[in-house]
Design a binder for this molecule. Structure first.
Ligand SMILES: *Cc1c(COP(=O)(O)O)cnc(C)c1O
Length: 643
């Protein structure tokens, strides 16, 4: 492997955050490796070229379902080993929280693999439950229901139990228990042997997680019952003679838990609570430890927000060890541990690939060679002199002088003392001086902060053909970092520092924080754009939350999607799902395309009638407009509607 490729792997941190799923091949292209065999690889650039030939342009979301399988196995193996190592007597099961990614392809792949280990689903709303009830699950897997529930939600849960699912209604509010008990009573009146859902309680722990979702835990959390409320649930169940229904204790202290110490503390508190309830002769058998297993997006293995200071093995060891210790101390049976692990399962499997459409200039460059005339105002002449004589010794002073002169330039322009041409010349000269000052500054051993800022200001801005709000909303809303990497040219040294702008008309639609092993980078090393040559970037690890949290800002719709299988002979594109068209996008905001077409046509016909437009041109423009209903919401290289 060439040293440039090795350098690229380091620059972009692929081995740090890639979890052994990603690499670079000899051509300098990004590859995805099948978890079951690292010799099975898919060249992402080849996939994108292939898709383009089929009329599927970027942006395109590539789904690699095998990576979901890889994550399931990693977690399942970790717990299996810990259970053996600590002679733990309970089991371990997962339920996939559907809210993380409800896409059919994701859920079906999860169930296909997860069913081998009796992994089930978690639903937090009626719609999620409705979907879950129509899917086959392993017979011994669970269907755990969190979230606030009305009577109808609880009724759906009973329907699930009647259909043979192991449904657990997790009580978040006491009213949900009332609905459950009322429906239980009538179900048993109809049929004394009716299959009933199980009941769980979500407890509010004093322990908090760490990271951005810290407030999901602790006393002020939105969810969970207080100790008194839990006791009230037990009392009402005793009163109804239904204590047998209470089988699960649940807590969830937040997503992307970065610090293993906090997790251990929560486990201790939850295990104690389990033991105490168990001792009240309640046959709780499941301890649901929620989700929150973090993804190490920057690969730093720290408790930084976008990272985690533990791996699956350490997580499993700590959970098993703490729960076992507490249960042994309390002399109660070891519960089966339920994990609602979402982000960890699905983050890796999806990659958004898009093209850099263009560059946005900050640095003003002369469009034609500049000639100074004696009519130009003194301020322009002074800037010109600075540019000519700036050197390694005076660059700092000259840079400061140029800042002042630029202020003068703008004030004089605002007072009407100089014309547009002089202003234009002055700006070009100013940026020339900055560029030179930057070059001199970067040669120094110690680069002062002001020149760091200057570099950031002068860095290239690449216009990437995507919407941050649609495809990486957590980057915008929460400053969550995602690795971004070119999918080709990794055998060439990147010669540019750049930030990214998306194509929405929103100044928030930018990416200017990038993963780094030791810090957060404010610019990303990228390759210089070559006219006429596409340059593709991949936004990595976007398979959790991003797709479903993404929104319609500016009516950029869902991107195209391709499902890719990696085998011995490389990749197979199993499925292509076209992204939203202009028609889809306007329908989402309740416009009716045929009435839009009618109005457009009426206006054109009027112009023809008025003699302002020929019949032929009128038909052409109508046809063109109506064809757009089928075109992609993103920028397309050839601008043609899809086939
Ligand atoms: C969101 C959520 C999860 C999933 O958390 P991850 O961090 O994605 O694993 C699990 N359980 C509950 C109750 C949730 O609300």
């Amino acid at each position: 492997m060439s040293s440039v490729i090795e350098q690229s792997i380091e620059t972009y941190g692929i081995d740090n955050w890639g979890a052994d799923y990603f690499g670079v091949n000899r051509k300098g292209n990004l590859i995805v490796q099948a978890p079951e065999n690292e010799n099975f690889t898919a060249d992402v650039k080849e996939i994108v070229d292939d898709l383009r030939k089929r009329g599927v342009d970027t942006p395109v979301l590539l789904r690699f379902p095998q990576l979901i399988v890889g994550q399931i196995r990693k977690l399942q193996t970790a717990f299996k080993k810990s259970i053996r190592e600590f002679a733990y007597e309970g089991g371990h099961l997962c339920v996939f929280p559907m809210k993380v990614n409800q896409n059919r392809a994701v859920i079906e792949e999860y169930l296909r693999e997860g069913s081998k280990y009796n992994f089930g689903l978690e639903a937090g709303s009626k719609a999620e439950l409705y979907a879950a009830l129509g899917l086959d699950q392993a017979r011994d897997s669970l269907l755990v229901l969190n979230g606030f529930k009305d009577r109808e939600f609880v009724q759906l849960a009973f329907a699930g139990a009647a259909a043979g699912k192991n449904v657990v209604i997790v009580i978040e509010k006491l009213s949900e228990l009332d609905h459950t008990l009322a429906l239980t009573k009538s179900a048993l009146e109809d049929d004394a042997n009716a299959a009933l859902p199980m009941i769980g309680v979500r407890v509010k722990l004093y322990s908090k997680g760490s990271g951005k979702w810290e407030k999901s835990g602790g006393e002020a959390a939105k969810f969970g019952l207080t100790t008194t409320e839990v006791l009230e649930v037990v009392r009402r169940l005793q009163e109804a003679g239904q204590t047998d229904m209470l089988r699960l204790l649940h807590f969830h202290i937040g997503s992307q838990l970065t610090d293993i110490k906090r997790i251990k503390n929560a486990m201790k508190e939850a295990a104690r609570t389990y033991a105490k309830i168990r001792k009240m002769k309640i046959p709780i058998e499941y301890l649901d430890v929620g989700g929150g297993m973090a993804v190490d997006y920057d690969g730093s293995r720290t408790s930084f927000e976008s990272s985690a200071n533990y791996n699956a093995r350490e997580f499993a060891n700590d959970v098993i060890y703490v729960i076992k210790t507490v249960c042994d101390d309390e002399n109660v049976p070891h519960p089966t541990i339920i994990q609602e692990c979402g982000r960890y399962m699905s983050a890796y499997h999806a990659i958004l690939v898009t093209n850099v459409q263009d560059e946005i200039e900050t640095v003003v460059e002369s469009i034609t060679p500049m000639e100074l005339s004696k009519d130009d105002p003194p301020v322009v002449h002074e800037l010109y002199d600075l540019r000519q004589s700036i050197n390694a010794k005076n660059y700092r002073e000259y840079y400061h002088d140029s800042l002042e002169l630029r202020e003068d330039l703008f004030s004089m322009f605002n007072l009407g003392l100089i014309d547009l041409e002089a202003k234009g010349k002055g700006e070009v000269l100013f940026w020339d001086i900055c560029e030179k000052a930057d070059q001199f500054a970067q040669l120094k051993k110690y680069v002062s902060e002001e020149f760091d800022d200057l570099r950031r200001l002068m860095c290239a801005k690449y216009l990437a053909n995507f919407s941050v709000f649609r495809s990486m909303p957590d980057n915008w809303a929460l400053e969550q970092l995602f690795p971004i990497i070119p999918i080709h040219k990794l055998n060439k040294k990147p010669a540019e520092y750049a930030t990214l702008c998306d194509i929405t008309c929103d100044s928030d639609g930018i990416v200017d924080k990038f993963v780094d092993l030791h810090d957060v980078k404010s610019v990303l090393e990228l390759h210089k754009l070559v006219r006429g040559e596409p340059y593709y970037l991949a936004m990595m690890l976007v398979g959790a939350y991003q797709e479903v949290m993404g929104n319609n800002h500016n009516l950029f719709g869902v991107p195209h999607e391709a499902h890719v299988h990696i085998g011995e002979d490389g990749y197979i594109i199993n499925k292509v799902i076209y992204g939203a068209t202009l028609g889809d996008a306007v329908s989402a905001v309740r416009f009716d395309t045929s009435s839009l077409h009618d109005t457009f046509r009426r206006n054109v016909l009027q112009r023809i009638k008025d003699g302002k437009l020929s019949n032929a041109d009128g038909s052409k423009v109508i046809e063109f407009y109506e064809d757009q209903v089928e075109s992609y919401t993103y920028l397309t290289p050839n601008g043609s509607p899809r086939q």
